[in-house]
Ligand binder design. Structure first.
Ligand code: PXP
Length: 249
C-alpha cells in the first residue's frame, strides 16, 4: 500500500502574509491540492502566527473534505484552537520562537506529563493525536507510553544528509544511508507498538523515494518543496509530481 500525502500549505500563507494581502488564498490552495489527488491538507499554526492564521484553520475545517492535520505546540492556547476547530488529526511539535522552521522532534521523553495531558485532551475530543519526534527508540517508547495514536518521524536529518552528498541525488552518501536506517528502524518499532507512522520535514522530489520504500510509513507531510515547485509549474502539477515520486518508490 502506498503512503498517503498531506500537502502542507503553510508557505502559501507565507506569501500572503508577506503583504498582509488576501492573496494567495490558502483555501483555494487546499482545494487545488485535493483536486490533484492529495490525501489531506496540513497546516502549522505557530505561536507567532507568521503564516497560517486562526481564521485559516476555521475556514479550512469547513472546506477540506479529505483530511485536515493541524500541527501545533502542546500549549493551552493551541489545544483550545484544536478542540474548537476539530481537525481530523493534531500533530504536536516542538516550537522555538526564533526558529526558521521546526528544528527537530518533540522531546516526549523529557515532557511526559505535558504531552500525555495534551494527547488525552485531543483523544477525548475525537482528534487523532500524532507526535512529531526524531527517529529515536526512547522517543518512540515515550510516544507509546503517553498513549499517542501516531508518530511522525522527523526526516530532516536524512534530508540534510542528501544535500550536496555524492550520488546522483545525494541519497547514496554514508550519512544518508545511516539516517535512512534510523528511519527504518524507528518505523519498525513504532509499528510494533501499534502506532501509525507518518514522516516529514525537508523531503523533496529527489529524496522522498527511499523513505517511501519503508512500508510502515503510511503518511507523508510535505510542504516547502511542493510550494517551491508550484511557483514554476503550478500547484496542481507540483502535487501530482510528488504523488508520483511517492508512488513509484
Ligand atoms: N511535518 C512537520 C511536523 C512540520 O513541522 C513540517 C514543517 O512545517 C513539515 C512536516 C513539512 O516540512 P517541509 O515544509 O520541509 O516539507
Amino acid at each position: 500500500m502506498t503512503a498517503r500525502l498531506n500537502v502542507n500549505i503553510d508557505h502559501v500563507a507565507t506569501v500572503r502574509q508577506a503583504r498582509r494581502a488576501p492573496e494567495p488564498s490558502v483555501i483555494a490552495a487546499a482545494m487545488i491540492c485535493e483536486l490533484a489527488g492529495a490525501d489531506g491538507i496540513t497546516v502549522h499554526l505557530r505561536g507567532d502566527r507568521r503564516h497560517i492564521q486562526d481564521s485559516d484553520v476555521r475556514l479550512l475545517r469547513e472546506s477540506v473534505i479529505t483530511y485536515l492535520n493541524l500541527e501545533m505546540a502542546a500549549t493551552e492556547e493551541m489545544l483550545k484552537v484544536a478542540l474548537d476547530s476539530r481537525p481530523n488529526a493534531v500533530t504536536l511539535v516542538a516550537e522555538n520562537p526564533n526558529e526558521i522552521t521546526t528544528e527537530g522532534g518533540l522531546d516526549v521523553k523529557a515532557n511526559l506529563s505535558i504531552v500525555r495531558a495534551g494527547v488525552n485532551r485531543l483523544r477525548e475530543g475525537g482528534i487523532l493525536s500524532s507526535l512529531f519526534i526524531d527517529p529515536d527508540m526512547p522517543q518512540i517508547e515515550a510516544a507509546h507510553e503517553v498513549n499517542a495514536q501516531q508518530v511522525e518521524l522527523c526526516t530532516s536529518a536524512y534530508a540534510h544528509a542528501t544535500l550536496g552528498a555524492t550520488g546522483i541525488h545525494g541519497e547514496g552518501s554514508l550519512r544518508a544511508k545511516h539516517e535512512l536506517r534510523r528511519l527504518r528502524e524507528a518505523a519498525t518499532l513504532a509499528s510494533q507498538y501499534g502506532l501509525h507512522v507518518a514522516a516529514g520535514h525537508g523531503l523533496t522530489y529527489r529524496n522522498v523515494g527511499h523513505v517511501a520504500e519503508i512500508s510502515e510509513i503510511t503518511e507523508f507531510n510535505i510542504g516547502h518543496n511542493i510550494v517551491a515547485r508550484a511557483v514554476f509549474v503550478g500547484l496542481d502539477q507540483a502535487v501530482r509530481e510528488m504523488l508520483s515520486a511517492i508512488r513509484t518508490a
